[in-house]
Design a protein around this ligand. Structure first.
Ligand code: IFM
Length: 486
């Protein structure tokens, strides 16, 4: 099996009166200074001026349960694989865990008010499976469901559309003990859980996302082992991919019998470019794209696994042997939208390795390349048809600090978001049916194995006090939303 070198994750009516923004990584401050008090915008806060989005565009921000909620032992919540993993010495930076995180479970009202103040129109969050079913099976835990009901009601009260993800990696530990995603049965347990959630909350949530970034589970959890459950087993990894797809398809089927809104998958996609002009690099980039993108897009959207990837894995692989009659029909049940998450491109050499081309962020796996956003969005529409799209994650980590004046000056994030939104606008202008865009993330949070060192939020969280401070990027984003564009 010549599997490509696996890397860390990452992974209308328009007007455009300005030339496309350059793919710059220069800090905004270099472009002309800024205010940091949320008051009058200055030069660098008016980037790519003149780009207007469709009037109903869904400006949003995203989070996930384990990364922000905390309250790890409250109200009947069970243990997840991330509780186990993060509490295992040496697994996360500084031994950080999500036990408290941003304490959102207790502070969600304050967080809802911040969202309202920023003018958000959409909020993407995830539901913690072990809050709803402590062991991943059986009767629901009403107190867990009640939390999400309160959160969702609070969104509606503030005019913010909820978008809920069913699975953002916090698998109940009891199900891991029973085989985790290597077990086909877990896909069926997921469908049961999904049905419970749809019945309890479905009337209040217009858009559902099934599995967040199956590729990251496969890559980080089962190939590289730096995410829960910490395995390094390629053969298991691709069987896990199949069972995650099956879980998605079974949840879609459950939704069709219980819900009347919309549902789709949430995939992190990466443009894969040849690193040089050689035919061998071009070939390697195509196979790499198979592993990064088509392995996740094709089964769900076309009902087939990419043949080049199956050939590369070989007929004896557990993925190939794990596909049963009818699975691909289940997996490819029609979806209503596709959620796209973009962070980084890959440049692939003739031997299948990847090399950096652009400056990286604080997360060493992330190259900053805004044009990749355009390439991903237009590619999906070109290759898979005009399915409605939402960008459910895009963002930048930075080592933000709270200044003596009480402000947080995250100029690099403003520049990053500006340039990526300009690429988003260009894609929409070129016909991509994109409905909404969500910054990752609303709040600073637990960044998995990187712990709390990487701050991804629009809102700074002072962890010792849990005080929230809108960063410069949050003030900037509020003005973008108010202007409906850049
Ligand atoms: O924090 C993660 C998120 O949970 C999934 N997508 C990528 C983000 C940044 O690494």
């Amino acid at each position: 099996m010549s599997m490509p070198n696996r890397r860390p994750p990452h992974g209308a009516a328009l007007s455009a009166t300005a030339p496309r923004a350059a793919a710059t990584t220069a800090p905004a401050a270099e472009a002309g200074g800024d205010r940091s008090d949320g008051g009058t915008p200055q030069a660098d806060d008016a980037p790519a001026a003149g780009l207007r989005f469709p009037s109903d565009f869904g400006w949003g921000a995203a989070t996930s349960a384990y990364q922000i909620e905390g309250a790890a032992k409250e109200d009947g919540r069970g243990e997840s694989i991330w509780d186990t993993f993060s509490r295992t010495p040496g697994r996360t930076r500084n031994g950080d865990t999500g036990d408290v995180a941003a304490d959102h479970y207790h502070r969600y009202v304050e967080d809802l008010d911040l969202m309202r103040d920023m003018g958000l129109r959409s909020y993407r969050f995830s539901i913690s499976w072990p809050r709803v079913q402590a062991d991943g099976t059986g009767a629901p835990n009403q107190r867990g469901l009640d939390f999400y009901r309160r959160l969702i009601d609070g969104l509606h009260e503030r005019g913010i559309a909820p978008m809920a993800t069913l699975f953002h990696w916090d698998l109940p530990q009891a199900l891991q003990d029973a085989g985790g995603w290597e077990s086909r049965d877990v896909a069926h347990r997921f469908a049961d859980y999904a049905e419970i959630v749809f019945r309890a909350l479905g009337d209040r949530v217009p858009v559902w996302l099934t599995v967040n970034e199956p590729k990251t589970v496969v890559q980080n959890g089962y190939l590289e082992g730096h995410h829960a459950p910490g395995r390094q087993d390629p053969d298991a990894a691709y069987l896990v991919a199949h069972h995650l797809h099956l879980a998605h398809g079974l949840a879609v089927a459950a939704y069709r019998t219980t819900g009347s809104g919309r549902i789709g998958p949430a995939l992190n996609l990466h443009p894969c470019y040849p690193a040089d002009d050689s035919p061998a690099a071009a070939r390697a980039a195509i196979l790499h794209d198979g592993y990064e993108n088509r392995l996740y897009l094709d089964p769900v959207l076309t009902g087939r696994y990419p043949q080049d990837v199956l050939d590369d894995l070989g007929p004896g692989s557990r993925l190939v042997r794990g596909i049963r009659d009818g699975d691909l029909a289940t997996i490819s049940a029609p979806v209503d939208l596709l959620a796209v998450q973009y962070y980084t491109p890959y440049y692939v050499t003739a031997d299948g390795a990847t090399v950096p081309r652009w400056p990286t962020s604080q997360a060493s796996w992330q190259q900053i390349h805004p044009d990749g956003m355009y390439d991903v969005l237009t590619r999906v529409t070109r290759d898979y048809g005009p399915l409605p799209l939402t960008v459910t994650e895009n963002g930048l980590p930075s080592p933000d600090t709270l200044g003596a004046d009480g402000t947080v000056d995250d100029a690099a994030r403003v520049t990053f978001l500006r340039d990526h939104l300009a690429a988003v606008h260009r894609a929409v202008a070129d016909g991509v049916p994109l409905e909404s865009y969500h910054v990752w993330s609303l709040l600073d949070n637990f960044e998995w194995d990187a712990g709390y060192d990487q701050r991804w939020g629009l809102v700074y969280v002072d962890y010792p006090t849990q005080r929230r401070v809108l960063k410069r990027s949050a003030h900037w984003y509020r003005r973008v939303i108010a202007a409906n564009g850049l």
